[in-house]
Each structure stands twice: as structure tokens, then as C-alpha cells.
Design a protein. Structure first.
Lengths: 251, 315, 304
């Protein structure tokens, strides 16, 4: 059996007196879209923080592409091929859309590092050409020169995605990409994610059940920090524990 | 906040200023005010020191209250060089920059692991520690500091004349400002500005944030060391007072007055503060009160610094 | 030799407790109001001057102490209402600039009013002699300072750990927005904390006045030590301020007293003579760096 791209084993984390995560085991296979669902406060975003390296677990491990990355810092994991988007938009609001993505491209290991003190970045056409490429993919070509702070909410979510893509990840951690988006933007986002999944493995945290069942190859369900089910969408949908704990209202 | 972008009229203005400065010494001689050449040199040197802090604070977003340590270290290295037969600035100045840079490396490596108020106070404490170290070392002259036997030479040119030192300081300042201007637009400049604005995001984009911050901090320290070496030549003394945290405060005030994060913020701030001092001293012996009130007024009424008053908005 | 160690250990305790008076106010202002106050040392200085001037006028140390502390509290109130209230919502840069300006004003004003020469402050006559403790002798006055320090520490403990006001203070240090949301009169709390801090500064200044010189600029050197204490102890934590002060006070005092002697025993005289005083004066900073290396947030950070 091929080893999963992302292998999280026994992840546990306590905050003060609260067990945020309890012995969570999740594996994500290369090429799949794996959705992580659960009620608010279940620990989904916390889980993503632990996978991406923003937080360190009390117990358990994170293995990525065969390596144990549990002790690696965030930027080291990004260099190894992980990227994430944020639930609350976290782009550079004062910079143009193009500059945002160009920064992401510039940060890639294969870009050669940023300890360059003399040559102006504006002369490095390839950075911006590549950036435009990613912006094309997410449908923001028309807004390239706009200051990110002036974008509509859905456009900012798309920008988030473009920046994550620009790091050329193997694994994309998407934290509620549909958060706060309207019907039309959601549909576009779903198509986008579906399209992206051809080239990159995706771990998707989402509340939008339509999107989840349309996109996911497998679903894991987190409730109160514990994994209560994982498997194919239909199996999860039919699982009585899941229905009781979470899906009841959402179907 | 956005990347630094110079105002449209900045380039012609700077060139004009440079030309004016080039003819300043002969002009002052002609008007019989040769005394002020030293004063003008002092402004240039502090402009350099303040600009080095502006790199760290304005562009790097690192609120260091201990920058004087590197300024003073540079002065002491210059004095030690003179004491030990190295009187050529082409050797002594790079040496001063290297020592100051190394000091910044040590301080930065420890301090940059902290954030916010902690960082401010730790840099302050380290600067004070450097002060105590230098002041208690008898070989460095203790309380009285280390005098320089004379001024250095720049290659073959002697810096003994006030004019020669003025032009050397001007040359250094011009080189450094050119470098900083290029740096701001280069990959490094964009990176540290982006880190200043959103550190977590940069980390998430794969940038080793600590490393970039440290390099920025070290660069700032090295440039301050250069300013220190120049000052030692001007005053003929490496004084421990240069290392006091109140000196850090003065540099900080210059940067804030001039405009944090504006390329010429340090230059403007040094010019304004030193001229202000000169003017106020003429009024009263207790001019410090006027200065203090002015600082408070600036905070309450012109929070973004003098440069901002001229409408240079950069987002 | 043991007399020396005993004496210096108690001196360290005394110094540490006085540092605590300064650090306690400072750490609360940092922790609750998130305000950098470089002029805290100036409050200490002005407080000392108030005490000295009042003591000379009333020809009594204790009246001087009381009047001086009260005067400093009033000054603190005025400053809080006029300036600091505006500074709380500003960024750290602005706070540093404004309080730096305050230092300039304070130093110059003091010089204008009382001149550049140090002001004389004598300890009360009754306490000018030594006291015997278990075979050793120790100045009575310093013993009283220690008593004051312990009393204030105890009072602060009761206040912060056991009273409702204290609870608000701790809550404010941990999470300001939440405390406001819970309906606490945050503005009044801020004023009270600031004024109380000013009073503590004056108390320390007045008590130390007879031992150190009451002169312009006395606040600056002590301010840095207070910062070191807070860094070591953790911002916003009274307990941290106490532990930090005691550590800094004893290490600094004992270091200065004993290190030169120890070095002379281990190193050749020349090296010891140069290294001794230098090492002694930077000892606490080295300690601070070491503590920070393992605990960047200090020993007892109030905020997570």
C-alpha cells in the first residue's frame, strides 16, 4: 500500500484545561481531495495549525512525504511542499494583487532567496509573469493592479488561494475557502478547487456541505477534538455517529 | 501599509540638495562662518546614524531602543585603530562596521527571539550592558572615553581639515543612501517590509523570517558603526556617552520626527533636531524643556512625522 | 568575611525590594495599559526631590516622606489625566517619543528648581546607628527599608491576589478587551494603577534618598534595572516583578561586592583588576540574556 502524502498520528493538544485535539489520526493520500468537517469549535482550524507548523502538539506526529516534520518550523514545512490558505483572509492589504502573488513566488526555494540588495524586483519580469499565471487560474486576471484591500470578499479568498498555489505545493491546506462567500462565488470556488485538484493534493476544511460532498474523495469528521469517522463520502453520510453529532441539521 | 515608494519630486530634490551641500564648505568660508562646517558635518553623521536606525525600525519594523550601542562601538573601534597605528580610514572604517555588525549579530540573535515590548526593552538592556562594559574597561578610558590622537587619513587624503572631513561624511552618507534606496526596491527590501506588515503570512509563504530580520538588524548596526567612526574623527573622542540609552533615544527621536519608513526620514530628522537644538540653545539654557514639549506636541498633533506633513503618502 | 557577605546579602535584599517598588508600577502599566513609560524613572527622581524638599522644610524625614509621596501621587494624577490617557491608544513609537520628551522636561525642570547640586536628605536620627542581628551588625535604616519593602510586597499581594480590584488588575493584564467587555471601569482602573505606581516610585526614591544621591538623572540608571526586572519576571506580573527584583538586587549587589575578590583569587592581578568591575556591572544583563534564552516571555508572564 502506498504511503499517504500526509500522515498525522495520535495528534493531541491541550490549551490550559481544554483538550483541543485528542489522539487524532488522519491520513491524506496523494492526489485526493480530503475534506475535514465538524461543528464549530471542533478543532478543525487548530488541526490545520498543527499540520502547517503554526502550533506544536503535546503528543503525536506529523509525517509529510515520508518525512517526520513534527519538529519543523512553518517555513521549513512550506519549503518541503505544504501551503495553506487562511480562514480569515490574511493577504497584504496594502499591496496590489500582483505584488501579493509575486511575493509568494519570490519566497519559493527555487526562486533563489531574497538576500538580494541591489537589483530592483520590478526588473524581474518572470516573477510577475508567473504571478499572473496563478491569478489567471483563480480568475483574478482583471484585478491584477487592484490594491488587495479594495477587493470584494470573494476575490480576496481567491487571492488567498493564488498565493498558496504560487508556492507550488504538493499539499494544499484550505481552511474554509468558501467562508463568507455568496452563492455565485462559492460555485466558482468549487470549480476552481476541482480544477486545482488535478495537480495538487488538497486537505479541505469546510462547512459548506454541498461543496464538500461534490469535491471530496474522502471525508474525516472531527467533533470536540476527536475523530469520529473517516472514509468515503457516502459512508460518512450514512454513519449514525456522524448524523447524530453533526450532519443532522446539514442534510 | 505598502512598499516604500519615493515621492515623485524626491529625486530632483535630492540632487539639488547634494549640489548645495557640495558647495557648502567654500560658501561658509567665504561668509566667514567656517565654524559651521563642523556643525554641518555633525548633521551628516547623525543623518547616517539615524538612517541606519530607520532601516531597522522603519523598513524592518524592529523597534530597537539600543541602536546607540553600535554607534558608540564604531567610535571606539576608530579610536582603538588610531591608538594602534591604523590611521587609514579605508581600513579603520570597514573595521568599525565589522565590529559593530558583529555586536549587532550577537544582540540580534538573542533579542529577535522576542516580540513587542520585550524586544524594545531587551535591546535597551543590551545597549546599557555595552555601555557598562566599555565604561568599566580601563583600557578603553573608562568614564573619560578614548581620545583620538588626530584625525585619520582617507587613502592619502588627510581628514584634518574640517572641509575634508565634511566631504568624507557627505560621501559616506551619499553612498549609504544610494544603497538603502536600491535595497528598498530589491528583493531584500520588499521582504523585510512585508515581514514588518505581516510576519505570520511571510512565514506561511516559506520565508525564514528570523534570518531576514537578523540580517536587517546587522546591516543597521554596521552602518551605525560607520557613523560612529566618523563622529570619533569629528570630535576627537570616543565617549561612553555615545553608548547611553539616551543616545538611542535621540536617534529614535530623529527617525520619528523625520518620518519612520520614509527613505530620507533619518536625514530629515537629524537635520531638524540638530538645527532645533542649535536655535533653542540661543534662547535659553533650559532648552531641553522646549524640546521635550515639542516632542510631546509632535506625538499628539503630527503623529506620522515631519515627512508625512509634506504629504508623502505611501499607503 | 562573613560580615561582608551578610551585609551585602542584606543590601541586595534591600536594593531588590526598592527595585520592586519601581518595577511593580511599571509592570502594571506595561501589562494592563500596554504603555511604554520611559519617564517612570523620572517619577522616581521627582518623588525623591519632593521627599527631600519636604523633609528639609518640615525638618522631619517621616513628614517629608509622607508629603513627598502624596505630592508624587498628585503629579501622577495630573500626568495621567493630561498626557498618558492619550498615549494608551497610541503605538509604542509614539509612547517612547512622548515619554522621552517627559524625561527631558523632568530633568531640566528639576535642575531649574533645585539646581545641579544633589539635594541633601538625611535619614531619621533614631535610625542612624547599627543594629545587632545574631552577632552581625547592620544599619538600622536599611533594615527599616527592608521592612517597608516587605510591607509593600505584602500589601500588593493582598491587593492583587485577594481583592476585587486586584482581580480586575490581573484580568486587565491578561486580556484588556475582555475586562472592558465585562463592564469594569477600565479608565478609572488605569488612572488608579498609574497613580499608585507613581506613589511607589516616590516611596522608593524617598527611602533610597539618604543612601544614594538625590540628583538629576538618578532615574535613568534605575529605570533600566527596572526594565531588566520586568523582562526577567514577565510583563504584567507582580509576582514576576518581585522575583525579578530580588534576583536582580541580590545578584547585582553581591556580584559587585564579591566578584572582584573571587577573580583576584583565580586570575592574575592585572586581569582581575580590569575584568572584575566590568564583569560585575554586566552580570545582571548576562543573567537576563540567559533567562531569555530559555524563557523569552520571562519567568511568570501574565499573558499567554
Amino acid at each position: 500500500m502506498a504511503e499517504a502524502l500526509l500522515e498525522v498520528r495520535g495528534l493531541s493538544r491541550r490549551f490550559a484545561a481544554v483538550d483541543a485535539l485528542k489522539e487524532v489520526d488522519i491520513s491524506v493520500d496523494a492526489g485526493e481531495i480530503h475534506a475535514l468537517i465538524g461543528p464549530n469549535g471542533a478543532g478543525k482550524t487548530t488541526f490545520i495549525h498543527h499540520v502547517s507548523g503554526a502550533l506544536q502538539p503535546d503528543r503525536g506526529s506529523v509525517h509529510f512525504a515520508g518525512r517526520d516534520v513534527t519538529r519543523l518550523s512553518m517555513h521549513q514545512r512550506v519549503a518541503a511542499g505544504m501551503a495553506r490558505s487562511y480562514q480569515i483572509t490574511n493577504v497584504f492589504l496594502g499591496l496590489s494583487v500582483l505584488d501579493n502573488v509575486a511575493l509568494a513566488v519570490q519566497g519559493r526555494p527555487d526562486a533563489g532567496g531574497s538576500f538580494r540588495f541591489w537589483k530592483p524586483v520590478s526588473s524581474e519580469q518572470w516573477l510577475f509573469d508567473e504571478a499572473r499565471g496563478y491569478l489567471d487560474q483563480v480568475g483574478l486576471s482583471a484585478r491584477v493592479e487592484t490594491v488587495a484591500g479594495n477587493l470584494a470578499h470573494g476575490e480576496q479568498r481567491a487571492l488567498e488561494l493564488a498565493m498558496a498555489l504560487a508556492t507550488k505545493p504538493q499539499l494544499l491546506l484550505l481552511d474554509e475557502p468558501m467562508a463568507g462567500t455568496g452563492q455565485e462565488e462559492s460555485t466558482r470556488m468549487v470549480e476552481l478547487i476541482d480544477h486545482l485538484a488535478r495537480h495538487v493534493t488538497i486537505l479541505l476544511v469546510e462547512h459548506d456541505m454541498d461543496a464538500v460532498f461534490r469535491l471530496a474523495d474522502r471525508i474525516s469528521v472531527l467533533v470536540d477534538g476527536r475523530l469520529i469517522a473517516t472514509g468515503a463520502p457516502e459512508a460518512v453520510r450514512a454513519d449514525p455517529d456522524v448524523r447524530r453529532a453533526y450532519l443532522g441539521d446539514h442534510l | 501599509m505598502a512598499f516604500y515608494r519615493p515621492a515623485r519630486y524626491q529625486k530632483p530634490f535630492v540632487i539639488l540638495l547634494l549640489l548645495a551641500l557640495l558647495v557648502l564648505p567654500p560658501a561658509l568660508y567665504a561668509w566667514g562662518q567656517a565654524f559651521y562646517i563642523g556643525f554641518a558635518t555633525r548633521i551628516l553623521i547623525f543623518a547616517l546614524a539615524a538612517s541606519s536606525l530607520n532601516l531597522v525600525l522603519g523598513f524592518g519594523g524592529m523597534f530597537s531602543l539600543g541602536h546607540a550601542a553600535f554607534f558608540g562601538a564604531g567610535a571606539y573601534v576608530a579610536a582603538l585603530c588610531m591608538d594602534n597605528g591604523i590611521s587609514d580610514a579605508l581600513l579603520a572604517f570597514p573595521l568599525a562596521m565589522t565590529v559593530a555588525g558583529l555586536l549587532a549579530l550577537v544582540v540580534g540573535a538573542i533579542s529577535l527571539r522576542t516580540r513587542g515590548v520585550y524586544f524594545i526593552m531587551i535591546t535597551l538592556a543590551f545597549a546599557q550592558m555595552t555601555y557598562y562594559l566599555f565604561v568599566s574597561a580601563r583600557v578603553l578610558g573608562g568614564d573619560d572615553g578614548l581620545p583620538l590622537a588626530g584625525r585619520m587619513t582617507l587613502g592619502g587624503l588627510s581628514l584634518t581639515s574640517d572641509g575634508a572631513l565634511f566631504y568624507s561624511a557627505l560621501g559616506c552618507l551619499a553612498l549609504v543612501m544610494t544603497f538603502l534606496g536600491r535595497l528598498a526596491d530589491a528583493r531584500f527590501g520588499r521582504t523585510i517590509q512585508a515581514i514588518r506588515d505581516n510576519e505570520a503570512r511571510m512565514e506561511a509563504l516559506g520565508y525564514p523570517v528570523f534570518r531576514y530580520r537578523l540580517v536587517c538588524f546587522v546591516l543597521g548596526g554596521a552602518l551605525a558603526g560607520l557613523a560612529g567612526a566618523l563622529l570619533a574623527n569629528l570630535t576627537g573622542l570616543a565617549s561612553p556617552n555615545l553608548l547611553q540609552w539616551t543616545q538611542s533615544g535621540t536617534l529614535l527621536v530623529m527617525v520619528i520626527i523625520g518620518g519612520v519608513g520614509y527613505l530620507y526620514g533619518g536625514v530629515i530628522g537629524a537635520l531638524v533636531l540638530l538645527c532645533l537644538e542649535e536655535v533653542l540653545v540661543g534662547f535659553t539654557l533650559h532648552w531641553h524643556i522646549g524640546l521635550g514639549l515639542m516632542l510631546i506636541a509632535i506625538v499628539l498633533f503630527a503623529p506620522r512625522g515631519v515627512a508625512a506633513l509634506f504629504g508623502k503618502s505611501n499607503g | 568575611m562573613t560580615q561582608l557577605v551578610f551585609e551585602q546579602a542584606l543590601n541586595g535584599l534591600q536594593f531588590g525590594l526598592m527595585l520592586f517598588l519601581l518595577a511593580a508600577g511599571l509592570t502594571l502599566v506595561f501589562g494592563i495599559m500596554d504603555c511604554i513609560n520611559l519617564a517612570h524613572g523620572s517619577l522616581y527622581m521627582v518623588g525623591a526631590y519632593f521627599v527631600a524638599a519636604a523633609a528639609q522644610a518640615a525638618d522631619s524625614f517621616w513628614i517629608g516622606l509622607g508629603a513627598g509621596v502624596a505630592g508624587a501621587a498628585v503629579l501622577g494624577l495630573v500626568l495621567e489625566l493630561s498626557l498618558f490617557r492619550q498615549l494608551y491608544r497610541r503605538d509604542h513609537l509614539s509612547q517612547v517619543l512622548a515619554t522621552f520628551g517627559l524625561i527631558l522636561i523632568a530633568n531640566e525642570a528639576v535642575r531649574m528648581i533645585w539646581g545641579a547640586q544633589p539635594l541633601l536628605l538625611n535619614p531619621p536620627d533614631a535610625l542612624s546607628g547599627p543594629v545587632e542581628i545574631g552577632g552581625f551588625f547592620y544599619p538600622a535604616y536599611r533594615l527599616v527599608i527592608i521592612a517597608f519593602g516587605v510591607a509593600v510586597a505584602g500589601l500588593l499581594y493582598l491587593l492583587v491576589a485577594r481583592s476585587r480590584v486586584g482581580m480586575w488588575v490581573r484580568a486587565g493584564a491578561a486580556n484588556r478587551e475582555m475586562t472592558e467587555a465585562l463592564g469594569v471601569n477600565v479608565q478609572g482602573l488605569f488612572t488608579a494603577v498609574f497613580v499608585f505606581g507613581a506613589a511607589l516610585c516616590a516611596l522608593a526614591g524617598g527611602l533610597l534618598g539618604p543612601l544614594l544621591a538625590v540628583q538629576v538623572g538618578m532615574g535613568e540608571s534605575v529605570l533600566i534595572l527596572a526594565f531588566v526586572v520586568i523582562i526577567i519576571g514577565g510583563i504584567g506580573s507582580i509576582r514576576g516583578a518581585l522575583v525579578g527584583s530580588l534576583i536582580v538586587g541580590t545578584v547585582d549587589t553581591l556580584g559587585r561586592a564579591l566578584l572582584p575578590t573571587l577573580l583576584r583569587a583565580a586570575l592574575p592581578a592585572d586581569a582581575a583588576a580590569t575584568l572584575g568591575p566590568a564583569l560585575a556591572s554586566i552580570l545582571i544583563y548576562l543573567l537576563m540574556a540567559a533567562i531569555l534564552f530559555f524563557r523569552p516571555q520571562g519567568l511568570f508572564p501574565a499573558r499567554a
